[in-house]
Write a protein that binds this ligand. Structure first.
Ligand SMILES: [Ca+2]
Length: 481
């Protein structure tokens, strides 16, 4: 077909039709559940322990084990479009949100605005849409709106991007000294500070909504040395071996069926492990160790938050959603070791490149910024002790990041209004997943995307992908179909 490559292929990693039926029993909770949405940034499909990854993620694994692990869940391939849809339940195109930081107040309301009044609304982390969180329904906010920050920034512009309740965050606001300061630790500390101040100390019966938008494991690769050292030996055998290892684990965990899902070949532009120089091998060994340490650190900090919720009797009636905003990133820098520094330290700016992204997204093709499965596929964990009677389900139900908003409305027993504060609201593009958390069978979905030169559609067990010859070339490092 002239100028258009249109490919229809069977989804190889798992079938969207009902391989199993969900029989999660949903008990009637006594009160509206608290809502906790956790968003990872650039996390690969196979990065979590419960998805076959190398990072130790016991807290998130336990959520999956005691909740529902959706393995056919989709985001919008990049930070801002995913966050816009997560917050509004609409496609980025419908509300005019672009891939940089589009406005979400055109014909839309955020989850925080929908819950405000009935819920205490709190946020920590990366916002990456406009207007600011405090203008879009949140009562408290800590975080960097745009930049991915881990160690205390060496760039003054990034320092100014860190906000606390509408003003610039300063050294006096730090919960740990600057030399030990790490953003994810501060995210967790501020999440707990907000909960302590707005919920626990007030003794309120009002439920809370906390949006926890991590920067991990987005580049630059920066993590505490002790965390990195846990994983340096893991990647000694190389990235090809790591992909095979993760694939085998996913088969053993029942996440993929080897009869319908083979390990896709690595991008032609990427080299096999054997073809790398000694320095490149050392680079990727270290880069993957830091990336894995960042996934581990995310789990550690979330574990502290979960412990806090348990200690304050808030955990069992908290509905938790966990997912990533896009697949692992192939945005590249030269594979050279940082001169005079150790990879992962403050000020270093390294990335896993397309070689590491192929490991993180095992067994899927593609990566962040593409509409291949590796760009838009994410595990989605739903956990709600008071609401789910039968834990440990791996669901093949297809779902979209647009579904979170209507699902939250259902959980809070709220209706979507036709207008809000003078804004006439568009229809929602997502649909509530609540029936699938109960006894409802898997339903066939039609999901649509458009991102830069890509368009994609999923219907049932078919996917169509179109690559437009126009527009910005976002296909660097792509696997070919
Ligand atoms: Ca991202």
């Amino acid at each position: 077909m002239k100028n258009v490559l249109k490919i229809v292929f069977k989804l190889t990693f798992c079938c969207l039709f009902p391989l199993i039926t969900i029989y999660a029993q949903v008990a009637k909770p006594q009160a509206k559940p608290n809502i906790l949405i956790i968003l990872a940034d650039d996390m690969g499909y196979a990065d979590l322990g419960c998805m076959g990854g190398d990072a130790e993620t016991p807290h998130l694994d336990l959520l999956a084990k005691k909740g529902i692990l959706f393995t056919n869940f989709y985001n919008n391939a990049k930070c801002a479009p995913s966050r816009a849809s997560l917050m509004t339940g609409q496609s980025p195109q419908r509300i005019g949100a672009d891939h940089k930081a589009g406005n979400v107040n055109r014909g839309a309301m955020t989850i925080a605005e929908a819950l405000k009044g009935e819920y205490t609304t709190l946020m920590v982390g990366k916002w990456h849409i406009k207007p600011a969180p405090l203008q879009m329904g949140f009562q408290r906010y800590f975080g960097a709106g745009l930049s991915a920050i881990h160690w205390w920034p060496t760039d003054e512009k990034q320092v100014r991007d860190i906000q606390l309740d509408g003003r610039t965050y300063a050294e006096k606001d730090m919960t740990v000294p600057v030399e030990k300061w790490y953003m994810e630790t501060e995210h967790a500390n501020y999440a707990m500070k907000f909960l302590q101040g707005e919920v626990v100390n007030k003794g309120t019966t009002k439920p809370f909504f906390l949006y926890y938008a991590s920067h991990l494991p987005h580049w630059p690769l920066q993590a505490p040395r002790a965390d990195v050292e846990r994983y340096l030996n893991v990647f000694k055998s190389g990235t090809d071996a790591a992909r095979k290892r993760r694939y085998d684990r996913m088969v053993a965990l029942g996440i993929i069926n080897p009869k319908i899902c083979s390990l896709s070949s690595i991008d032609e532009k990427s080299n096999s492990w054997d073809s790398f120089t000694t320095e490149e091998k050392e680079y990727y060994q270290q880069a993957m160790a830091v990336h894995t340490a960042m996934v581990y650190r995310l789990d550690v900090e979330l574990g502290r938050l979960f412990d806090y919720l348990k200690k304050n009797n808030l955990f069992d009636n908290t509905a938790i959603f966990f997912m990533s905003d896009n697949g692992a990133s192939a945005e590249s820098v030269p594979a050279t070791l940082p001169f005079g520094q150790q990879m992962g330290d403050r000020g270093t700016e390294k990335r896993i490149n397309d070689v590491g992204a192929a490991v993180c997204n095992t067994p899927l093709r593609g990566h962040k910024s593409t509409l291949y499965e590796g760009g838009i596929g994410t595990p989605m964990i739903f956990h709600w002790p008071k609401g789910i009677g039968k834990p440990g389900i791996v669901s093949k139900q297809a779902g979209s990041i647009c579904d979170i908003f209507p699902t939250v409305l259902d959980l809070a027993n709220l209706h979507y209004p036709s207008e809000y504060e003078g804004r006439k609201l568009n229809q929602l593009d997502g649909q509530s997943l609540l029936p699938q958390l109960k006894k409802a069978p898997i339903v066939e979905r039609k999901l649509l995307w458009n991102y830069e030169k890509f368009s994609a559609e999923i219907q049932g067990n078919l996917k169509a992908l179109r690559l437009s010859p126009r527009g910005k070339d976002a296909s660097r490092g792509l696997a070919t179909l």
